[in-house]
Design a binder for this molecule. Structure first.
Ligand code: NAP
Length: 257
């Protein structure tokens, strides 16, 4: 690694959106080393370009958050890369908003925007299972797999990128839509609390990045992705161990569960 005592970040879902912006901003400091994990490194062109120019400060690994074997392999590769220095921050960023439809699914039966039809009254088992697999099971397995290498680091922090849509207190806003996603993010908040209890030496939090202009947030979202990511990184750098189990937004305000 380039710097003798770098701060090491593991970003899950680094290919585009919030994850890619996070990698880009982190590389602006020579003190950061980043492991950028993504589903298919072979077609992560922008990420590979960043890695090529990073002077060995960005390492691109394969990781599919729905595939336990790739999670185990990525943890082993990270261990080999960082050795005793450990990984200071794990950011569980990758997530899905709606299910990828099975081939047998009849798209002609879908309304114009299937995301908007994902209410508690209409969501399918497929929607719910896909959201839970990617947004809850994946982050749980990644935290388990990386916990030994996190424990050896200076910062020992896990940041779960969640959403205020997963806040039970805010469930009526903006409407009862994207229900399977919202339910999975509520479960992610409980996972954060359970991980904080299971790993008392680590600092584990959830964070809402704000409504951001990404593929998921859409071009009409409230903020450019850079604003949310700056906020996430500022809050993460200021974390104290007593914050473990908490849910923040990107300005550092606590979000009600
Ligand atoms: N954008 C918003 O307004 C907003 C608001 C609240 C919360 N969030 C949260 O912020 C995080 C990032 O969202 P985003 O807006 O950047 O979403 P996005 O633009 O849809 O990007 C999602 C990222 O997750 C990756 N991903 C999805 N499934 C994966 C899998 N099975 N294995 C590995 N990677 C996978 C994608 O990689 P591929 O390219 O391989 O698909 C992509 O890099 C999510 O946790 C989201 O819930 C976003």
């Amino acid at each position: 690694m380039a710097n003798a005592n770098p701060t090491v970040w593991f970003i899950a879902g680094a290919k585009r959106g919030v994850g890619f912006e996070m990698v880009s901003q982190l590389l602006q400091s020579p003190f950061n080393v980043v492991i950028g994990a993504c589903r298919t490194p072979a077609n992560a062109n922008a990420l590979n370009t960043l890695a090529g120019a990073s002077q060995n400060r960005l390492h691109v690994l394969a990781l599919d958050i729905t595939d336990a074997a790739t999670i185990t392999a990525a943890a082993a590769q990270s261990e080999a890369l960082v050795g005793n220095a450990g990984v200071d921050h794990l950011v569980n960023n990758a997530a899905v908003l709606k299910a990828r439809r099975h081939r047998s699914f009849d798209a002609r039966r879908l309304p114009q925007n299937p995301g908007d039809n994902d209410t508690a009254a209409t969501m399918t088992a497929e929607d719910m299972m896909a959201a839970f697999q990617a947004n809850v099971v994946g982050p749980a397995l990644i935290a388990q797999a990386l916990s030994p290498v996190l424990a050896r680091s200076g910062r020992k922090a896990i940041v779960k990128i969640s959403s205020s849509m997963g806040s039970v207190a805010a469930r009526h806003f903006p409407d009862n839509y994207k229900a399977s996603y919202a339910i999975s993010k509520a479960a992610l908040t409980m996972l954060t609390g359970k991980l904080a209890d299971a790993y008392p030496d680590l600092t584990v939090i959830s964070m809402c990045p704000g409504w951001l202009q990404t593929d998921m947030g859409g071009s009409g979202a409230a903020f450019p992705v850079s604003t949310g990511v700056e906020g996430i990184l500022n809050v993460t750098r200021e974390l104290k161990h007593d914050d473990s189990g908490s849910f923040f937004d990107f300005t550092g305000k606590r979000v009600p569960w």
